[in-house]
Design a protein. Structure first.
Length: 397
């Protein structure tokens, strides 16, 4: 397993628990040491025990370089460049290069990272061909996108259906047999390019639909109706399923992956691009609204509730709440801006208060994430004494 991140590590540990002998490879020596000590570096339910057991059983170990294996799985980051939004495939290229010296006839090389269409062929197949192998004949090459939801990774690794895109039909069926050894759902065989596009479409469709929900929230504001009521009732129609508006789209996938589709067909993907850009603008609009409310109500202390990128996780990277916090601080230099995140102890450059302290000291409470701790509050009672801005629709009776 090349890359021991939030997909690679759980997959490696799960494979080891199913009897496979697994070497986890990572370029970060701290991660390698940690895993070899049976510890983990990410927060994910059940992962700690799964890794500990796998390491103790001798079926999972970590290393800085790949060792010979029947199957190589590449699970490394595929970021987009911040300014141009073009894809950066450096990690996939390096991981592929590191496999070549230990690759042998009959091995399989699989890519799981979200990638632009054509990557499996242009990066992986090209590298193995250059090394003298024939994809589909002497080695198997396939694209098998991960689909797991952070917070439910261990379950979803087993229960989600999978798409397996082979460079040739022989590659697809060889690799599908491997996934059947631990996936309890259907495995769909197709071409690598279709599988690459499918992965992008999955996350882009979510981004696109969230943009619709976010735009609806602005439309409903103008009309003077409650967007949550409108969506709930519209969704009673058998063929309507509007997603939920929020303070922006965070995480490492949904806000990134549409750019790969846009890059592949810039002239055609206009609505996709517009949805992506609109979702990116939402945190700034939210910050503006917060500043306006704080000024109108003369609130001296503003508490932002929820810094993680979504509910009941501790991952605050790529979180719209962080952007909102920084924006509000700039827009309200004379006010105290604090944040509450029950799932972390500290956050760089952010003044964290406990929930109790926010409730005691802030005149304006802003709900940004629907954490269970916030759902359990009596918002009706709080609204008698505090101004509440609710971006998750949880404060209604
Ligand atoms: N969000 C909304 N409204 C909604 C749903 C989500 O504003 O109705 C926001 C969330 O608050 C969050 C962001 O979208 O900020 C993304 O959250 P998410 O739960 O939709 O997705 P991720 O990024 O945690 O995981 C996604 C998943 N993809 C899909 O559901 C199509 C997961 O299955 C993928 O494996 C993962 O991306 C990935 O790695 O690609």
């Amino acid at each position: 397993m090349l890359g021991l991140g939030y997909v690679g590590l759980p997959t490696a540990a799960l494979l080891a628990s199913r009897g496979h002998q697994v070497t986890g490879v990572d370029v970060n020596p701290d991660i390698v040491t940690r895993i070899n000590n049976g510890q983990i570096h990410i927060v994910e339910p059940e992962l700690d025990i799964l890794v500990k057991t796998a390491v103790e059983s001798g079926r999972l170990s970590a290393a800085l370089q790949p060792t010979p294996a029947d199957i190589f799985i590449i699970c490394v980051p595929t970021p987009v460049n911040a300014d141009t939004h073009s894809s950066d495939l450096t990690f996939v290229q390096k991981a592929t290069g590191s496999i070549i010296p230990v690759l042998q006839p009959g091995n399989a090389v699989l890519l799981e990272s979200t990638s632009p269409p054509g990557t499996t062929e242009n990066v992986i197949a090209a590298a193995v061909t250059k090394a003298g192998f024939i994809p589909g004949q002497t080695v198997f090459v396939a694209y098998c996108p991960e689909r797991v939801l952070p917070g439910a990774v261990i379950t979803e690794l087993v229960t989600n259906e999978r798409t397996v895109g082979g460079l040739t039909p022989a590659c697809a069926s060889h690799v599908a047999r491997f996934y059947k050894s631990f996936v309890q759902a259907d495995i769909h065989e197709t071409t690598a390019r279709v599988a690459e596009t499918v992965k992008l479409v999955e996350n882009t469709s979510r981004d696109y639909q969230i943009a619709f929900a976010n735009e609806l929230s602005l439309v409903c504001r103008e009309i003077g109706v409650n967007v949550w009521d409108v969506i709930e009732l519209a969704n009673r129609h058998p063929r309507v399923n509007v997603l939920q508006p929020g303070p922006g789209v965070g995480g490492h996938c949904i806000a990134v992956d549409p750019w790969f589709l846009i890059e592949a067909a810039p002239e055609q993907a206009r609505l996709i691009k517009s949805a992506r850009q609109f979702n990116d603008s939402v945190p700034h609009k939210v910050a503006q609204q917060i500043a306006e409310s704080a000024n109108a109500e003369d609130a001296k202390t503003i508490a932002l509730l929820g810094m993680a990128y979504k509910s009941n996780i501790d991952d605050c990277r790529e979180s719209p709440s962080i952007e909102i916090y920084n924006d509000v601080k700039k827009l309200c230099p004379d006010k105290k801006v604090v944040a509450c995140e029950p799932n972390v102890q500290t956050l760089q450059n952010i003044e964290l208060y406990t929930l109790d302290r926010c409730l005691r000291e802030a005149e304006l409470l802003v709900i940004l994430v629907a954490h269970t701790e916030f759902l359990n509050l009596d918002w009706k009672q709080l609204q008698n004494t505090r101004q509440v801005l609710d971006y998750k629709g949880i404060s209604q009776p």
